[in-house]
Write a protein that binds this ligand. Structure first.
Ligand SMILES: [Zn+2]
Length: 157
């Protein structure tokens, strides 16, 4: 499998929590569901495995949320691609009904596509379609992942 691309993490937070998010500051996170979109263009499997591991040095904003005892990583969905698709995934998620950006700038320090944050809150668990083959990626000739509901394969830039 192609070992580069974007991914989404689906997280459940069981109780309202105050989190110190590195240098971003302290924020109150409402209980519910969070989706984080990131990408790893050089080692997608390793990055996802890192997110799934509890014991680690807290580095990214999302590490601080996942480190809470009340946080559960429910799903890690990879979207293998030779192109960065995290902002396309993220913006489509944020257009969904019920989507809320909890903390401006969360996970989006490197974002060049104008996302308010790469973390989205939902009161109910959002469905993310798992990647499937079937749609041809015209650039590489390999099957590209099906995007979550409501998302398109249009380029992000
Ligand atoms: Zn973005």
């Amino acid at each position: 499998m192609l070992d580069s691309g974007a991914y989404c993490l689906v997280i459940r937070l069981e109780v309202d929590s105050v989190v110190e998010v590195g240098r971003l500051g302290r924020f109150r996170f409402a209980k519910g569901y969070y989706v984080y979109c990131g990408s790893a263009m050089n080692g997608l499997a390793t990055r996802i495995a890192r997110h799934q591991r509890r014991a680690k040095k807290l580095h990214w904003h999302i590490d601080h949320l996942l480190a809470l005892p009340a946080a559960r990583l429910l799903a890690s969905v990879p979207y293998p691609s030779t192109r960065r698709q995290e902002c396309v995934l993220n913006q489509a998620l944020q257009r969904r009904r019920g989507a809320m950006v909890p903390v401006a700038g969360f996970g989006s320090s490197d974002c060049a596509n104008g996302c308010p944050a790469h973390l989205t809150h939902f009161a109910a668990r959002p469905a993310l379609r798992a990647p499937q083959s079937g749609i041809r990626n015209l650039e590489s000739g390999i099957p590209s992942p099906a995007l979550p509901e409501g998302m398109s394969h249009e380029p992000a830039d």
